[in-house]
Write a protein that binds this ligand. Structure first.
Ligand SMILES: *Cc1c(COP(=O)(O)O)cnc(C)c1O
Length: 466
């Protein structure tokens, strides 16, 4: 009893401690002020200092100012500067300061967002985002949107809707009867599909190895002439944006083929679906509005903070039924109940950052963002080629794949580059060749950042050729 009273007294006092919030704000500004110039990857000292977090589970309460200070002193330097302009790893980019500010405010709200009754504002923002997303991406205006943690989960949710609906049409209720004894669903997918696609298939009992793999061309695009005969029991999985080359499957043609047969088409467009928001890049996603479901991340091309996966589904009923929302105590409303569109129940109000980013940018801003990333990727490709490096892919979007000399030289160059702190790029393999992957994905990347990165590549390569 005494303990909980102590806790309440203490927390009540802290809730009015403005100085603590001010301190957090100061640390955050301190961080933001340095993030564009500091080493992109934490240095050895910063990594060593992580030992300050090693301690047994504390028995007594600690001072919040000490907690903040510990995080800022040893946590801030051990972050990867993804919000700066020279992080080119994993197709993720920065986030906009005004959206971070929005996030701060709404963090204080601490809303629970499964239902309209648990948070009317979050329900409202979710339904607004649904309309906006359909319009921005040129999708049918009554498509259903669900918010999940990332594209991996969005893809899984899309496949779950597909699995439910394809089997329903075959006279089988997968929700009640499961998959054992069900009519088989065929899965047709490009050989270059993202690993999360196979993961989702495995989780849903559709199997990774029983898929019909469609060979791809030299850019990783599905070969239309090698797609097997589709039918009404087929899930056809397309890709808008190959995680290495950035290439797009021939979506228009494939959707037409599928739609003649009743196959369900899902488009994994984690970063590439945003091409649809740009006049000059829209040709890449042409025809995608003819698909049945789509998955995309806010936290990639759109530069929202993380935890912003988006699934969109043409058939609202299939989506909701597949997500199996249930429970006698659940107070559904005639407003937006977000858990109907997501495998989660308790969840934070994910719509806030998506809404704020779309409102901050507007259609024009999103277009400028997408075009800017693509332009700087092209700039990078041109400048790096001029320095004698090889670019292995057609740079159609924001991805550039680089080699220099032998595979060993490429690997050593990348190691030097990562250690330089000047920028951060990841590795990959393209056509069995080890490559350095550059994803231009942050709004913050300037032309100067690109040129500086090219110089870092040259220096990193020179350092190995002694
Ligand atoms: C990043 C990515 C994914 C996975 O998205 P997460 O948000 O990391 O779950 C899936 N497909 C493609 C093409 C991607 O680039």
């Amino acid at each position: 009893m005494a303990v909980s009273k102590n806790l309440q007294t203490r927390m009540n006092k802290l809730a009015k401690d403005r100085a603590m919030f001010e301190q957090a704000k100061d640390y955050a500004f301190d961080y933001l002020g340095g993030v564009f110039e500091r080493e992109v990857y934490p240095n050895e000292q910063a990594l060593q200092n992580l030992k300050h977090f090693d301690e047994p589970m504390p028995i007594e309460a600690d001072d919040p100012n000490k907690i903040l200070k510990l995080l800022h002193d040893y946590g801030s330097p051990a972050t990867v500067a993804t919000t700066g302009g020279r992080y080119f790893g994993l197709v993720v980019g920065g986030s906009f300061a005004p959206v971070m500010a929005v996030k701060w405010l709404t963090d204080v709200w601490d809303q629970l967002a499964p239902l309209y009754v648990t948070s009317p504002i979050m329900g409202k923002l979710e339904s607004v985002c649904e309309q906006w997303m359909n319009e921005l991406l040129g999708l049918p205006k009554d498509c259903a949107m669900g918010l999940v943690s990332g594209t991996s989960m969005a893809t899984m949710a899309g496949f779950a809707a597909a699995r439910y609906e394809l089997l329903r049409r075959a006279g089988w209720d997968v929700n009640t009867k499961g998959l054992f004894g069900a009519p088989p669903i065929r899965v047709v997918v490009g050989a270059e599909a993202h690993s999360s696609v196979f993961k989702a298939l495995a989780i849903l009992g559709l199997g990774k190895d029983r898929v019909e793999l469609v060979p791809v061309d030299d850019q990783g695009r599905m070969r239309v002439d090698l797609v097997p005969q589709l039918d009404g029991n087929t899930l056809l999985i397309l890709q808008a944006g190959n995680v290495n080359s950035g290439s797009f499957d021939p979506i228009d043609e494939l959707c037409d083929m599928a739609n003649k047969t009743g196959a369900w088409v899902h488009v994994d467009g984690a970063f590439g679906l945003w091409a649809a928001a740009s006049e000059s890049k829209r040709y890449l996603t042409k025809g995608m509005e003819k698909a049945d479901s789509w998955s995309v991340d806010g936290h990639k091309t759109l530069n929202t903070p993380y935890d912003c996966g988006i699934v969109i589904c043409r058939d609202r009923n299939a989506m909701i039924t597949a997500m199996q929302a249930n429970g006698d105590y659940i107070l559904y409303s005639d407003q937006r109940d977000g858990m109907l569109y997501s495998p989660d129940m308790s969840r934070r109000g994910r719509a806030v950052e998506l809404w704020a980013t779309l409102k901050l940018l507007g259609k024009r801003g999103v277009e400028e963002l997408v075009d800017g990333l693509c332009e700087r990727a092209s700039q990078f490709a041109d400048e790096i080629k001029a320095e004698g490096f090889k670019v292995l892919n057609d740079v159609v979007f924001n991805q550039v794949l680089i080699t220099c000399g032998t595979p060993d030289e490429t690997a050593s160059t990348l190691r030097n580059l990562q250690q330089s702190g000047e920028c951060w790029c990841g590795s990959g393999k393209w056509c069995n060749t080890p490559v350095i992957r550059v994803s231009v994905c942050s709004w913050a990347t300037t032309e100067e950042d690109i040129s500086r990165t090219v110089i870092a590549f040259v220096k990193s390569q020179k350092a190995i050729i002694k």
